[in-house]
Design a protein around this ligand. Sequence first.
Ligand SMILES: [Fe+2]
Length: 202
Amino acid sequence: MAFLSASKRKAISIYAGRESAKNDSMHRMPHLRQTAVLAARIALIEGADAEACWAAGMLHDIKKRASGDHGAKGAEAAATFLESIGLPPRFVETVRDGILFHNKGFRRGPLERQILWDADKLPILRPAGFKSRMLPYWTSRLGRKKGAEQAIREYRFFRPGLHTKTAIRLMRVDSKKMEKLASSLAGNCTDGRKRRKSNAHL
Ligand SMILES: [Fe+2]
């Protein structure tokens, strides 16, 4: 059943934009929009609730800056907001559940929960998203080498965790290119360490 009118979608977008404005650069509106569109796309293919997946994608990082568990805090804030604009309890609960678990490792659960997790992680597991988001995010915090090492660690951590066949299929489209990129970055990090080590003997 369709619950999201154009005005409700607009209200959700405005709320998400306001709440995420002060997030770090990796977790602002472009990321929320991309997650929402991808979640809805996966949901349509997998036969899940595409509207709830879209709303969960838009709202999943609204409490990213909060201390503690941003999934739990974001889930409650999103549920309160969605109730306030008149969305029904079942819809609100689906969104709340997805957001609550999007920052936790899990293996089973409702399909919409799995889809939000996949849509959130999939772009950074592919070359374009890895280079434009994951790598700059970590290198700006940890410096070029340690940042690259951390980005590769996260890539290797999240990659086997995708749940849906659709997300796994999309990830495989350019997985060889991605593996090549990760290996070459890892090689650069190791070369740097070897160079530093050999310099130490000079
Ligand atoms: Fe996210």
